[in-house]
Design a protein around this ligand. Structure first.
Ligand SMILES: C[S@@+](CC[C@H](N)C(=O)[O-])C[C@H]1O[C@@H](n2cnc3c(N)ncnc32)[C@H](O)[C@@H]1O
Length: 455
């Protein structure tokens, strides 16, 4: 058995867990990588690329298979279906894999999994696709725009229909293109411990490529590394991974020394720790989440980054804590959401969201807002945010909120980083108090935030 065969077998096992057992791809891939730590860097990269790529392009893979197989994808045995998906991905997207290897190794894998009788079928379908790969007839952009976007960018049709109610075709295409483009990782420098220049030097000494953030002073963008945990400065808390859109929350909050901040859905602590950083050791941050497990994640990050002004707490945001009423200068409500802004990083989210789940989430967000608005003192601020781009979970909730509670939207212009504000034209919604970061238009994840002030 060759090494490559082993890697493909691991990829198949991951795909089976994700597609048959509903596991999250990030989780299963990370577990596999930690189990097989002895794998060489290029093997880890091959495995990651093959599994992540196949999952993020799954609708396209199935479309291609359906063009050339006499048995439709949904009628195939799950193992064979996933072997074909992996095979087609190698043929179409992995130039470094010879077509013959993609076909032969897929056939061997089918036999190894007990499907000797289907080796001719797997071989036939993959060989045909390898010959026809440049001639695949995709849905027409003009005549079938929804199918076109769905197949070319592997996005479920219902999400595209939903987005078309709010965004133009061109904007959606940009978002989708962006979700399939590899971006650097953004990190937030812990400026209480080091400077961005020192951090940059340390990372570069390990051969990491380091660029400036696009909008936020304390952000750096890194690439060409193997594992974040092994990077310079990780263990001693010189940085935290955080997208620049997320970093905007702490800025939008307008933190002042000695403020009391309550972060109602805080794990793993990205925003709580950023806020603590801006407090420079003063004030305090109560960082809550639902379970011990989640709160432990916050604790680990607090310890690593070395903050003494953060108090992690198990607290259900749906249950009012009387002792906190009217106490907070700032409440951060970064709420559970459908996550459609981070499909570039969590590539199976798009297949798991349903219209019903999205509706339930929008309701959950309202229920949480109803409770946590009590914690804001008069004149204090509530920052509402999600990592999704659809209106129901974003602006519609904000409109619902200001209609019912004694809050108003306040312009973000005075709060967001200067570099960002400068690029926003006169028409920007930041003057209305909210912003929808659209991937492909902004160089960030998809993200929404609104600044609400208690009258
Ligand atoms: C978007 S994530 C928060 C990310 C975090 N703010 C950060 O920047 O690292 C949403 C969090 O809400 C938590 N959550 C969900 N329901 C909750 C509830 N009823 N009460 C408290 N936290 C909840 C989830 O466990 C999850 O950690």
């Amino acid at each position: 058995m060759t090494k490559e065969m082993n890697l493909r077998e691991l990829a198949l096992a991951i795909l089976m867990e994700v597609t048959q057992n509903g596991e999250f791809s990030n989780k299963v891939l990370n577990q596999t990588l930690s189990k097989y730590q002895y794998l060489a860097k290029q093997d880890r990269a091959f495995l990651s690329r093959l599994t992540e790529g196949t999952i993020e392009r799954m609708i396209e893979m199935d479309y291609i298979i359906n063009q050339y197989s006499n048995v439709k994808v949904n009628k195939l045995k799950p193992v064979i279906r996933n072997i074909l998906r992996l095979g087609v991905y190698q043929i179409k997207y992995m130039d470094q894999v010879p077509v013959s290897a993609a076909c032969n190794e897929s056939v061997k894998l089918a036999m190894k999994k007990g499907f000797h009788n289907l080796k001719g079928f797997v071989n036939g379908v993959l060989r045909t696709i390898s010959r026809e790969v440049e001639n695949i007839a995709y849905p027409s952009k003009i005549a079938q725009p929804i199918s076109y976007l769905s197949v070319v960018y592997s996005m479920p049709e219902w999400i595209i229909r939903n987005w078309l109610e709010e965004f133009s075709f061109e904007t959606i295409e940009k978002m989708l293109q962006c979700s399939l483009t590899e971006r650097e990782t953004t990190i937030r420098c812990n400026t209480n411990k080091t400077t961005t220049d020192e951090l940059r030097k340390g990372l570069m000494s390990q051969g990491v490529l380091v660029g400036d953030g696009a909008y936020v002073e304390e952000a750096l963008r890194i690439s060409e590394y193997d594992s974040v945990q092994r990077l310079y400065g990780f263990t001693n808390g010189l940085f935290q991974v955080q997208d620049e859109s997320s970093m905007m929350v702490a800025h939008a909050a307008g933190i002042k020394k000695d403020d009391l901040i309550i972060d109602v859905c805080a794990a793993p602590g990205g925003k709580s720790l950023h806020v603590a950083q801006l407090l420079e050791g003063t004030g305090s941050v109560i960082a809550c989440d639902l379970t011990e497990y989640k709160v432990d994640l916050i604790k680990q990050n607090v310890e690593r980054l070395g903050y003494t002004n953060v108090e992690p707490r198990v607290q259900d945001a749906l249950e009012l804590d009387d002792t906190l009423i009217d106490k907070a200068d700032v409440v951060i409500a970064d709420l559970p959401c459908s996550g459609l802004g981070v499909i570039g990083k969590k590539n199976d989210i798009k297949y798991n969201v349903t219209p019903e789940k999205q509706k339930d989430l929008a309701q959950l967000q309202r229920n949480i807002l109803h409770v946590v608005q009590h914690y804001v003192k008069k004149g204090g601020t509530l920052v509402y945010s999600t990592c999704t781009v659809n209106r129901e979970e974003n602006l519609s909730n904000v409109e619902w909120f200001v209609d019912r509670y004694d809050f108003e939207l306040e312009s973000l212009r005075a709060y967001l980083p200067e570099r960002f504000v400068k690029r926003e034209g006169k028409e920007s919604t930041i003057d209305k108090g909210y912003i929808n970061f659209i991937p492909g238009i902004y160089n960030t994840d998809g993200f929404f935030l609104a600044r609400l002030v208690k009258k």
